[in-house]
Ligand binder design. Sequence first.
Ligand SMILES: Cc1cc2nc3c(=O)[nH]c(=O)nc-3n(C[C@H](O)[C@H](O)[C@H](O)COP(=O)(O)O)c2cc1C
Length: 209
Amino acid sequence: MKLIEDLNWRYATKKYSNQTVSDENVALILESIRLTATSLGLQPFKIFQIDQPELRMQLKSAAYNQSQLVDASHVLVFAVWTQVTEEMIDDYLNLIANTRGTSLDTLQGFKKSISGFIGNKNQSDIIKWASNQAYIALGKAMTMAATLRVDSTPMEGFDPAKVNEILDLPTKNLHAAVILTLGYRDAEIDPLANAQKVRRPIHQIFEKI
Ligand SMILES: Cc1cc2nc3c(=O)[nH]c(=O)nc-3n(C[C@H](O)[C@H](O)[C@H](O)COP(=O)(O)O)c2cc1C
């Protein structure tokens, strides 16, 4: 099974070579993020591709000096919504109506359910809920990358407050949830490149009841 082979091939890369991921492959990885299922379909995140070397250096120091942030071909910061306003809900409903050629009137019940769901949440609840969605997207991107034989590193080893400040996220009502770096492993210097994958056995993880 090709996908299982790909998942065995991937690992959280520590040392990248200086090879660049092609625009075509990056576009496919981004599309896998865009196609991710999300709660209510709201896609409550924005992904920043960080190209500026100076910003990458700052991110590295906000991430306990993890070298992937400067060495990887691409750095994606998954920033999540910190609020869901009525305007954002209306934008989404308009998108549904325009895409599917339906009237907004038929979506009023759905609007009520979204507002009811969101209305009970404070800012930290929204960030938590939105982060859950971002992590699903993160998983998709890692899997897509693996199928393309592009290496990646999921990263939450960083100080979110610092990353928020570096990227000026709070003024955009966003919060840094997780980072994904993309590139190609340097198998000669990455001690994990040829290491056995460590996973708990099936019986410890799954149980039929
Ligand atoms: C949400 C998340 C956050 C992670 N954060 C980091 C990180 O900050 N730095 C890092 O080198 N690896 C990070 N990892 C990688 C894990 O340590 C790695 O996935 C785990 O040890 C399993 O190994 P494998 O993915 O190489 O098979 C993270 C993984 C996940 C899923």
